[in-house]
Design a protein around this ligand. Structure first.
Ligand code: NDP
Length: 330
């Protein structure tokens, strides 16, 4: 495993990490989650991602139980949660001081932990002043309930505002952002945040590196039973497949297949290695419904050095024209 700094912070996160969205509480429960997280941990993964919203809190309960049963040293783990959607009540969502503190305490109870290492604002909240959120996040850290705070899917402008408020008020600024990043979705990470990596030392914990499985090639000939696109409640993903954009993406995956074959790797390994190649990515959060997927995905690390400048250019051609201003992360 390779370990990377989380932005300019002193924290080291495994380049590949593991998250609980969709799978925990829907496809996998404590026994299988233990098996899967054990495979990840044995492969060197130290960062495990969660959120109060995942499976209505069930994902945190399962992860908490796994951590307890596995008996790992707490100091060997980096655990995160994300606050925003805590319940249906008017004050059980968003980024008010009230919900941030109540949401954090409820997450810790479900996780059976005294603290998380990272806490994220799961989305921006246009109804709460950013200063209130910055102060509440600072409070969580001062109370020892979290060590670092960050955001997820905030605009560069919102991130900068939070950073400047924190600096002005002598509070702790955000250390990391959790954006979507994969071969089909790159604008924020490569262009919008480009200045923030140096300017505010932003780290990134990127999500859906396989575009929910699209980039594995498993949907090239229909929807396999029990795959994510086959799950109840994920009809929106299925619909995407039939859209013109979905068809374009499948065609790209088809063209990537021979590239993976030439590299002697699988499509998921190629797609993950491509994300890892970007130096502004602190960690790539993977998801898996099976142990075998974790084992396959871990081997993507071996593919990174094989992605030469020529190969990256070839992939760029397959993905379509590179929009102006995108990072050349070769
Ligand atoms: P991916 O895009 O990598 O999709 C993971 C899914 O793809 C798996 O659950 C599995 O689904 C399938 N898969 C994975 N590996 C393989 C393989 N080798 N072969 C075939 N199929 C494979 O990531 P996620 O969308 O799961 O996101 C990862 C994490 O990111 C989440 O768990 C969460 O922690 C975080 N996240 C954060 C968000 C945010 O708003 N901040 C939003 C979304 C995710 P299956 O077997 O069921 O088909």
């Amino acid at each position: 495993m390779e370990y990377r700094s989380l932005g300019s912070s002193g924290l080291k996160v495994s380049a590949l990490s593991f998250g609980a969205w969709v799978t925990f509480g829907t496809q996998i429960f404590v026994d299988s989650a233990l098996d899967i997280m054990q495979a990840a941990y044995e492969g060197g993964i130290n960062f495990f991602d969660n959120a109060e919203a995942y499976a209505g809190g069930e994902a945190e309960r399962i992860m908490g139980e796994v951590i307890k049963q596995a008996g790992w040293n707490r100091s060997s783990l980096v655990i995160s949660t994300k606050i925003f959607w805590g319940g249906k009540g008017i004050n059980e969502r968003g980024l008010s001081r009230k919900h941030i503190i109540e949401g954090m305490l409820a997450s810790l109870r479900r996780l059976q932990l005294e603290y998380v290492d990272l806490v994220f604002c799961h989305r921006p909240d246009i109804h709460t002043p950013i200063e209130e959120t910055v102060r509440a996040m600072n409070y969580l850290i001062d109370q020892g309930l979290a060590f670092y705070w960050g955001t997820s899917e905030w605009s560069a402008e919102e991130l900068l505002e939070a950073y400047h408020i924190a600096r002005r008020e002598h509070l702790i600024p955000p250390s990391m952002e959790q954006p979507q990043y994969n071969m089909f979705h790159r604008d924020r990470v490569e262009r919008e945040y480009a200045r923030l990596y140096d300017q505010i030392g932003l780290g990134t914990t990127v999500w859906s590196p396989l575009a929910s499985g699209m980039l594995t090639g498993k949907y090239l000939d229909g929807i396999p039973k029990k795959s994510r696109f086959d799950l109840e409640g994920y009809e929106w993903l299925r619909k995407r497949l039939d859209s013109p954009e979905g068809k374009r993406q499948l065609e790209i995956v088809r063209q990537l297949k021979p590239v993976a074959e030439r590299l002697d790797c699988t499509l998921p390994q190629l797609a993950l290695a491509w994300c890892l190649k970007n130096p502004h990515v602190s960690t790539v959060i993977t998801g898996a419904s099976k142990r075998s997927q974790v084992e396959e995905n871990l081997r993507s690390l071996e593919v990174v050095p094989r992605l030469t400048a020529e190969l990256m250019e070839e992939i760029e051609q397959i993905l379509g024209n590179k929009p102006e201003g995108f990072t050349d992360h070769r």
